[in-house]
Design a protein around this ligand. Structure first.
Ligand code: IMP
Length: 175
């Protein structure tokens, strides 16, 4: 069941502007490739990169964890690879949410194997209390509690990604 608004579209827009300023300062003298982790990243990725003053290359990767529902299962498979050559480039990995850290940790390993100069993690949301794998988040929007959220790219069973605000979501039978 769709619940209260946790982050409004105005709050999201403000934090994206703040993150873009921080990232712009970091981009000086770099050779950046922004890699979005599909599908959840798309709304955040678009809004963020459009706020940047620098020109950046964009690419996408898609991984899938086995199973579906409101917790991730801990094993990812590569569904769609990047096409960019990231050797000696500065990679900014853009995620919607870091939960246990499993997905991002696997994606970071995949990217590091292609010998980029650097890899930095950019995420709109983080649930630090759920972390199972240590992840260095370089640019963070909001920390949230251990609740399941949908909207602004985040889904429940592939629904609700297109909502402009981020809502709490309580699956039927869990209220
Ligand atoms: P992790 O591997 O546990 O960090 O999970 C990351 C992935 O799980 C995210 O990219 C999302 O696809 C999904 N996920 C984790 N928490 C939420 C949530 O609250 N709402 C929607 N998707 C979530």
């Amino acid at each position: 069941m769709l619940g209260r608004v946790v982050l409004s579209r105005e709050q999201i827009a403000n934090v994206i502007r703040r993150m873009a300023e921080e990232i712009d300062s970091d981009l000086e003298g770099r050779s950046p490739v922004f890699i979005g982790v599909l599908k959840g990243c798309v709304y955040f990725f678009t809004a963020l990169t459009q706020e940047l003053a620098h020109s950046v290359e964009v690419d996408f990767i898609q991984v899938s964890s086995y199973g579906s529902g409101t917790t991730s299962s801990g094993t990812v498979i590569l569904v769609k690879d990047i096409t960019a050559d990231v050797r000696d480039r500065d990679v900014y990995l853009v995620e919607d949410i870091v939960d246990t850290g499993t997905t991002l940790s696997d994606v970071v390993h995949l990217i590091r194997a292609r010998h980029p100069r650097s890899v930095q993690v950019v995420t709109l949301l983080s649930k630090p209390s759920r972390r199972k794998v240590e992840i260095d988040v370089d640019f963070l929007g909001f920390e949230i509690d251990d609740i399941f959220v949908v909207g602004f790219g985040l889904d429940y069973a592939e629904q609700y990604r297109n909502l402009p605000d981020i809502h709490e979501f309580v699956p039927e039978g869990h209220a």
